[in-house]
Design a protein around this ligand. Structure first.
Ligand code: CAO
Length: 249
């Protein structure tokens, strides 16, 4: 068969290899093992999955009040990420094709009936994604303990392949650092990933009244072969509703 469009994929220009030292002093440093492996996986996922990222803002004013109450009245510190995991699990139940993988033929969806959530952890050696298992049966407090333990282990001792396997959906939270939006890369063979950035107090108009609400930026990248844009928009609206009723989470 003749290639009707030879410019697609096959004839990219060569990668530029300038002599950087001709312009100033440089130092050559090999990528670390984790960085090298992650780079290959990211490149594969970015090239082989048709990504779209949908952005929205969720009102977490009630949720933050609930978290503050837990901390001040009961001395329990629960990170926002634990509530985000609970809300995502509820959303995966409502939208089962987000809790799925395409099989190798690309013709069948494997729908998962379990709820294992991966969390992106920034470690000195690079990005690691441990998986927290059975998140549907854990409370936000238990999830907060799991997040603290597994992210500490990722940073200090590293993780086994088993601890990074079996995920259904990944959350990448940069909320403790900053940002307003980003495009997270899907962790194949999952079909969607949620990026979270820093919540900001924002004035919202409600009829004639202005009120200050704490708004959380959400960035959902999804595999457009499996998920359509309308469902991505509904998925993030579902999270907004879930955050409005923190006791339910
Ligand atoms: N908005 C505002 N503040 C937030 C927030 C948000 N969305 N999310 C967290 N915070 C606050 C927390 O409340 C905490 O403050 P307090 O101590 O006063 O409660 C502080 O920021 C630090 O939180 P944290 O981010 O360290 O804790 P966490 O449990 O939410 O996150 C972990 C744990 C492992 C996700 C995080 O440490 C991490 O590694 N994040 C980086 C992930 C990453 O690199 N993603 C990019 C992948 S693509 O390269």
């Amino acid at each position: 068969m003749t290639d009707k469009n030879p410019t697609i994929g096959s004839s990219l220009p060569a990668w530029p290899e300038p002599d950087f030292s001709a312009f100033g002093e440089v130092e050559i440093k090999a990528l670390g093992g984790i960085q090298h492996v992650t780079a290959g996986i990211m490149h594969r996922n970015w090239l082989s999955i048709p990504h779209v990222t949908h952005h929205d803002l969720a009102d977490i004013t009630q949720l933050e009040a609930h978290r503050t109450q837990l901390k001040n009245e009961h001395g329990i510190r629960v990170t926002p990420l634990a509530f985000q995991i609970k809300a995502v699990v509820a959303a995966l139940k409502a939208f089962p094709h987000f809790n799925a993988s395409l099989d190798a033929s690309g013709k069948k969806l494997v729908l998962k009936k379990y709820f294992n959530i991966g969390i992106a952890v920034d470690t000195p050696s690079g990005l690691l994604v441990p998986v927290i298992r059975d998140c549907d049966s854990k409370s936000p407090t238990q999830l907060a303990e799991d997040i603290a333990a597994i992210s500490e282990k990722a940073r200090s001792k590293g993780l086994s392949m088993a601890e990074m396997s079996g995920g259904c959906f990944t959350i990448s939270s940069l909320g403790g650092i900053g940002g307003t939006a980003f495009t997270p890369i899907i962790n194949a063979p999952e079909v969607a990933i949620l990026g979270v950035t820093k919540a900001q107090w924002t004035a919202r108009r409600d009829g004639d009244e202005l009120s200050w609400r704490l708004m959380l930026p959400l960035s959902l990248s999804y595999d457009h072969r499996v998920i359509n844009g309308a469902d991505a928009a509904r998925f993030l609206r579902f999270l907004d509703d879930a955050f409005a009723d923190p006791a339910q989470l």
